[in-house]
Design a protein around this ligand. Structure first.
Ligand code: URA
Length: 234
């Protein structure tokens, strides 16, 4: 079995993340560092990640986190900035975030050690709708709102149809609810900027049927069996 698949099936990382760990020299096979991405794991090979021997028997766990602004969506940060892992204080499993939220975006983030599920949800072919509340500057005309819905050029790429509605005006600004089915970098911020209303604050409130609900900022909870089942099927 290919090395990245072996690591993913052990529940340690998505395949892409496994390739990164391998390139960084964090993976050993039979005690020797293996940086060969296409290495074919044999039945009697002993594979370790970060010095820890992996098997495919780690219990799979699934969490929803309400990420506060100021935390980076990564397992570790070279510059020592706070990461979402710092918030998962009593989780011992080697979980990692599924997808990404900008440092200055808050809201729902799923973390798991189920590499297969993480790969499945994050894959561009998957159409899992993600819902956001965006506080933007000014007030939008119908034409601007329609552009958000039908597709807007965000620097050489036209976004796919989205859902967008005004929740309320707050002083001179507007609270929008936006739902997108893709996940380009800074997509919501770039969409709003492209129609002339830059984002002041951004929060993700749902990933498909998984809701942020009343989880307090920095708080996390286990996904329910029904939610896990949903993610596996979507
Ligand atoms: N869109 C953005 O612009 N930022 C995020 O963090 C998520 C979606």
């Amino acid at each position: 079995m290919r090395l990245n698949k072996y690591i993913a099936q052990a529940g340690l990382a998505s395949r892409r993340e496994a390739d990164r760990l391998t390139s960084e020299g964090k993976v050993t096979v039979n005690g020797a560092v293996c940086t060969e991405l296409g290495y074919d794991v044999k039945d009697d090979d002993v594979v370790a990640v970060d010095g820890r021997v992996i098997t495919s028997s780690e219990k799979l766990v699934y969490y929803a986190l309400n990420k506060p602004v100021g935390f980076i969506t990564t397992v570790s940060d070279e510059q020592g900035r706070p990461t979402v892992m710092d918030l998962m204080t009593d989780v011992t499993a080697r979980i990692y975030p599924v997808g990404r939220l900008d440092g200055n975006t808050s809201g729902l983030l799923i973390l798991t050690n189920d590499g297969k599920l993480a790969y499945h949800i994050a894959h561009p072919s998957q159409k899992v709708w993600k819902r956001y509340l965006a506080l933007v500057t000014g007030q939008l005309s119908m034409a601007e709102l329609n552009r958000l819905k039908t597709g807007v050029d965000i620097g050489g790429y036209t976004t796919k149809p989205a859902r967008a509605e005004v929740v309320k005006t707050i002083g001179r600004n507007t609270l929008l609810q936006i739902e997108i089915s893709e996940g380009k970098n800074h997509q919501v911020r770039n969409m709003c900027k492209a129609v002339g209303h830059p984002v002041l604050e951004l929060q993700r409130t749902a990933i498909g049927q998984i809701q942020l609900g009343h989880l307090h900022e920095g708080g996390y909870r286990k996904l329910t069996p029904k939610e896990i089942e949903y993610l596996k099927k979507c």
